[in-house]
Write a protein that binds this ligand. Sequence first.
Ligand SMILES: [Fe+2]
Ligand SMILES: [Fe+2]
Length: 287
Amino acid sequence: MSMTNSGDWPDSFDFDKDAICQRIFLPFIQEHLDGMANLDQERIIEFERKKNSPEFKDKFAPDEKLNYTFSDHLARVHDRILDTADLLGIDKTAAKNTAKAALLHDYGKLYQDINLWIDTPEKSSGALKETRRQHAKTGADLIKEHITDNMDALMADNSDLISEREDILDHPFLSLALDIAENHHEHMDGSGTLGKTADQLSGPVKLVAIIESHDGYCVKRPHQPRARTPLEGFDHMVKKDGLFDPTYLHAFKNVLKQEETCLKKPQQNSGFPDAGTSATVHHHDHI
Ligand SMILES: [Fe+2]
Ligand SMILES: [Fe+2]
C-alpha cells in the first residue's frame, strides 16, 4: 500500500552498506549521541541546582525531575520514524536512512548555552523560545562545518582521501541530515521557524516534524501538571489545523494506537525491571 511517494525519499543509497556512511557518518552520529548523553547528565545536575536555588525554591514540585532527555528523545524519534514509514509503505531503505539522519536533527542543541534547555515552571515563550529555535539552522550549519573539519583532519594523515572529499560532501546522506536539521521546526502553512511552506519541505522533513514535535508534548515537564499519554499528546499537537501533512499525521496516529494496544497487553516478565514501560514499544537499533 504505497500511498506516499513524493519522490524525495532517500533511496539512492543504503546507510548500512554504503562505505562513506559507515566510515564517515556512522562515527559522526555515534560521537553526537555520546555528546548528547553527556549533555543530558550535565542538564540533570543543572536542573537540580536550579530547583534548589533561592530564585526557584518552592516554585518546582519537590519531586520534579528533568525528564526530557535529548538521548531518549532521539531514540524515540528514530523508532517512530521507522514504524510510521512502514505503515505509509515508504521504501524500507529510505526509511532507515531517514531515521539515521534524524538522529542528528537537534545537533545544534549541543552547542547552545546549557541553561536554555533547563526547563522552569514557566512555559518557554518570547525571546527564550526564539533562541531555542535557532538550534535548527545553526545545527545544520554546524553539521556541515564539522564534517568538513573532520575531512580536513583525516586528509592531513591520508592523502588518498582527497579524491573522496567531494563524494563525502556531496553525499545524499549529508544533504538529508542537513535538510532535516534545518527544517524540522517548519510548518506546512509557513508559520514555522524559518517561514518555509509545504512545497519547500521534503517528505522526510514533514514526517520528522510531526514525530519529533509530538515527543516534546508527551514528556512531563515542569510547566505541565502531568505527562500526556501519546494519544493526548497527538490531540494537543493537532489543535491547530494546517501545520502538518495530513497523510503522515493519520499514519502516525495509527502507530500511537498500536503502541497503546501493545502496552495494554499483559506484561511478560523479560527479566528487566523497566521492560514494557517505555513509551516506544518497538525497539530498533539506533546505530
Ligand atoms: Fe528541534
Ligand atoms: Fe527534537
